[in-house]
Design a protein around this ligand. Sequence first.
Ligand SMILES: [Fe+2]
Length: 198
Amino acid sequence: MPHQLPNLPYDHAALEPHIDAQTMQIHHSKHHQAYVNGLNAAEEALRAAMEKGDAKAVVKATAALNFHGGGHANHSLFWTIMGPKTGGEPGGDLGAAIKDAFGGFANFKTVFETQATGIQGSGWAWLCWEPTTKSVVIATTANQDNPVKTGLVPLAGIDVWEHAYYLKYQNRRPDYIKAWWNVVAWEKVGQNFQQARG
Ligand SMILES: [Fe+2]
């Protein structure tokens, strides 16, 4: 079954003033849709390449799968861990895990902002569950790579591609990252945390 663009769980303007409605509309309906279309095309290409036994075509399709599949997975998570009337600090087990790993929420934010700001070119910064050390960690990925590729479980992530912020913030990525904290739905991230650690 072909992949489909998930509905945005709130209005385009719901994250104003931190993320503007036009950015949300273009980001969701154009950019994310393009990843969905690209993933469906890559799956078709992979099937055809496998039927032909064409190894080079398999490799080519796999590269497209990684990019568009990551784009679809990353954005699908991104929409759900944001929302109106959110922000603040995580409580419960997630809040405790962040405190254990980073000494406190304030320090976690500082480290996360530094990592997200420092991504060269396009990519994502993540809060992840690390199953081997059973702790939360910060990770960054380039382009549309997803942390599952290195064994991590993404709990929340920020898209730092320019398409995510340029209309409102232009070159000021740090301002966008600081504003993003105001729309993080920690309750949802906490659910992702409970699910990840089992
Ligand atoms: Fe994006």
